[in-house]
Design a protein around this ligand. Structure first.
Ligand code: SF4
Length: 690
């Protein structure tokens, strides 16, 4: 039996891998504070992914796009990749090669991927799929607090509060064990849908406010206005611990409840009720505001999260025990993945790549001249959209990601990937993106290697290796090391042992905002709660900001933000809004969970959730096959009539591929700060599929 953590979401539930009745590994829940001994159905079935029948165990190669992929040995595959990369680099320069990573990779892999891009390839063109997940909250957190640790407090704190406002988060579906922490507080759920979490709120005496998609920022301003009008603002706290209140509050002044109702569709009476419920709990320092993808995945996602943080600051919540603001990070290593250098603008430890001191420190750990390190590159969508015929990089190495399904405007991304001179993918199966590769490298899965993950609280955890990978399969670290040598790097520059990489990561992050220098295998093995920063020789930090925020003056910033419409609005041709989200049975692009029979059986195909009147208007009934069409593409989805749905909004889960892919529809309009695409609002029409 091996104790480890789930391969999926950022709750990182603890589990043990045991030998099941048929001799194959089976996952069982293990005690841990965040999951309190629970797992969702994804976690329970996670060991099945280890033995999927279409597991890749040999590298695949095609020298010409007109050919099929054929099995080759590792030397042939890696030699081919290195030869092509060197040729492209010689002809077009180092930025002709791009790297794409993932918020699912361990800290050691995220770190090594960034180092590999900057040293072995010399490219600035690296980013990762976390840009599509929580980058808006990260940007807003950095602006407000000077530091982004999704939840700057342990999740267990939340359960003893009186009220929790969840803005665009649906943990009852996406991370069910978290609901154990939300059973005592009254919930105010902000979501255009009557989600499972919204239903829990209503059942337990809480509230569900269902704004028109794309108007969350207006709703936050409307609630802020009411807090001022009803005397719930904490003036002493604002005076002592913040700056910028007056300017930020000017933007809330015009948002009278009736105006807010006009824009958001949320009744003024419900707004007042929510303001009083939250304000009264805040006065007792017993309230939390938590945001999720529903607030963040907009072309104004950063401003929307800033509006929620402004509200939290005005109520005096952050930096106090018993209350606060946090982001519910989604991907398994969504927190650690955004800290260690696979982002276009970043070096390990959450250091900025354009900061001379950061460059000097990291270069000294890597043993190179800081002047040789490239600068910032393109963000994820801009990078994908620039590939090949987009005029940018001619080759891409892609690890742990499936953007053909998970990126917005996915057919456009597919054609960009197809126009590359060389696409190299590292995966455990032939995912929709891996299948486009010229070279496909079979790599180990979560339980076949060790590594650290950082959960949604900023707690560093160790996933332990439970079994060896199948013969012929290598780890990502081994792949990167073997390629680095072929690209001319010294043999010992890219270690393959995760603990060796962790030690180097600790040196690289020493003194940085996300300092891991005190994270050691021994401390991890002891079960110590290692919330970062974990400085060598110092205690970890479960609760940040209790004495001061991370800006040089110790004060939090309220950031002035104004509502603006979504990047795309409805019209006669596209009269409805499509919004996307997740299901309990699937994870991200579904590359893993669609291969688990129990999960695939429960949710076998995409559906479109639609109000019965809206469906009838389109000539559709329950179970009919609908064509949902946006300006970018079509998704064919089974109609699921939902009387609680908004009349103007349809919902599709995004875990499916091909003509079932919800991201055929989505709008790649980007947030100017976080570069987050607008997944949550697309103008569409609904009609029977032909
Ligand atoms: Fe826990 Fe998330 Fe895994 Fe479900 S998917 S078991 S909530 S870590």
């Amino acid at each position: 039996m091996t104790t480890t953590h789930c391969p999926y979401c950022a709750l990182q539930c603890a589990m043990s891998l045991e030998s099941g009745p048929d001799g194959r590994p089976a996952a069982r829940p293990a005690p841990f504070p965040t999951n309190r001994g629970g797992l969702c159905r994804k976690g329970w079935t996670s060991a099945e992914v280890l033995g999927v029948p279409d597991r890749l165990t040999r590298p695949l190669l095609r020298k010409d796009r007109t050919e099929d992929l054929v099995e080759v040995d590792w030397d042939t595959a890696l030699d081919h990749v290195a030869e092509r990369l060197l040729a492209l680099r010689a002809e077009h320069g180092p930025d002709a090669v791009a790297v794409f990573g993932s918020g699912g990779l361990t800290n050691e892999k995220s770190y090594t991927l960034g180092k590999f891009a900057r040293l072995a390839l010399g490219t600035s063109q690296i980013d990762y799929n976390g840009r599509f997940c929580m980058s808006s909250a990260a940007a807003a957190g950095n602006k407000a607090f000077g530091l982004d640790r999704g939840m700057p407090f342990p999740l267990t704190d939340v359960g003893s509060s009186k009220v929790v406002l969840l803005a665009g988060a649906n943990p009852a579906e996406t991370m069910p064990p978290m609901m154990g922490h939300l059973s005592a507080p009254r919930l105010i759920v902000i979501d255009p849908r009557r989600s499972a979490t919204a239903q829990v709120a209503l059942d337990n005496g809480g509230l569900h406010l269902a704004p028109r998609p794309g108007t969350d920022l207006a709703l936050a301003l409307g609630l802020s206005h009411l807090m001022g009008a009803r005397g719930w603002i904490d003036r002493d706290y604002l005076e002592e611990r913040t700056t910028g209140f007056e300017r930020a509050w000017e933007h809330a002044a015009a948002w009278w409840p009736e105006i807010t109702e006009q824009v958001t569709g949320v009744p003024a009476v419900a707004l007042r009720e929510a303001a009083d419920m939250l304000g009264a709990a805040a006065r007792e320092h017993s309230a939390y505001i938590l945001t999720g993808r529903g607030s963040e995945q907009h072309a104004k996602g950063t401003d929307t999260v800033s509006a929620w943080i402004n509200l939290a600051l005005a109520l005096g919540l952050p930096g106090r025990e018993g209350s606060g603001y946090g982001c519910i990070t989604g991907q398994g290593n969504g927190q650690g993945g955004r800290e260690h250098g696979q982002k276009a603008d970043q070096l390990p430890g959450y250091r900025r790549i354009d900061d001379p001191a950061a460059r000097a420190h990291v270069a000294s750990v890597w043993g190179v001249d800081p002047d040789t390190l490239p600068g910032p590159g393109r963000s994820a969508f801009e990078l994908l959209d620039s590939l090949g015929e987009g005029g940018g990089p001619r080759a891409m190495l892609l690890f742990g990601s499936n953007p053909v399904v998970s990126a917005p405007d996915s057919s456009r991304i597919r054609s960009r990937l197809n126009s590359l001179d060389l696409l190299v993918t590292a995966d455990f199966v032939l995912s929709e993106t891996a299948a486009l590769g010229d070279v496909v490298l079979p790599v180990a899965q979560w339980a076949e290697e060790s590594g650290t993950m950082t959960n949604l609280e900023g707690r560093v955890l160790r996933r332990n290796r439970a079994l060896p990978p199948p013969e012929g399969v290598r780890t990502d670290l081994e792949v990167l090391a073997a390629l680095a040598v072929r690209l001319g790097q010294p043999v010992d520059r890219f270690p393959t042992e995760p603990d060796t990489v962790l030690a180097e990561l600790g040196r690289a992050t020493a003194g940085a905002p996300a300092d891991y220098s005190g994270v050691t295998p021994e401390r991890l093995a002891s079960g110590e709660a290692l919330y970062w920063p974990v400085r060598a020789g110092a205690e970890p930090t479960p609760r940040l900001f209790l004495d001061a925020f991370a800006h040089p003056d110790g004060r939090a910033r309220l950031v002035p933000v104004a509502h603006r419409p979504p990047a795309e609005v409805t019209d006669e041709a596209y009269p409805l809004i499509a919004t996307t989200g997740r299901l309990m049975g699937h994870y991200q692009s579904g590359a893993q969970t669609r291969r688990v029979p129990e999960l695939a059986g429960a949710e076998p195909e995409v559906y479109v959730e639609v109000h019965p009147d809206t469906a009838a208007h389109a000539g559709l009934g329950e179970g009919d096959l609908a064509a949902v069409t946006s300006r970018r593409g079509v998704t064919r989805a089974r109609v699921r009539l939902t009387p609680t749905a908004r009349l103007d909004t349809v919902f599709l889960p995004f875990h499916y591929a091909g003509e079932q892919a919800a991201n055929n529809l989505t709008n790649p309009a980007l947030d100017p700060t976080s570069r987050m695409p607008e997944f949550k609002v697309s103008a569409v029409r609904l009609e029977p599929a032909r």
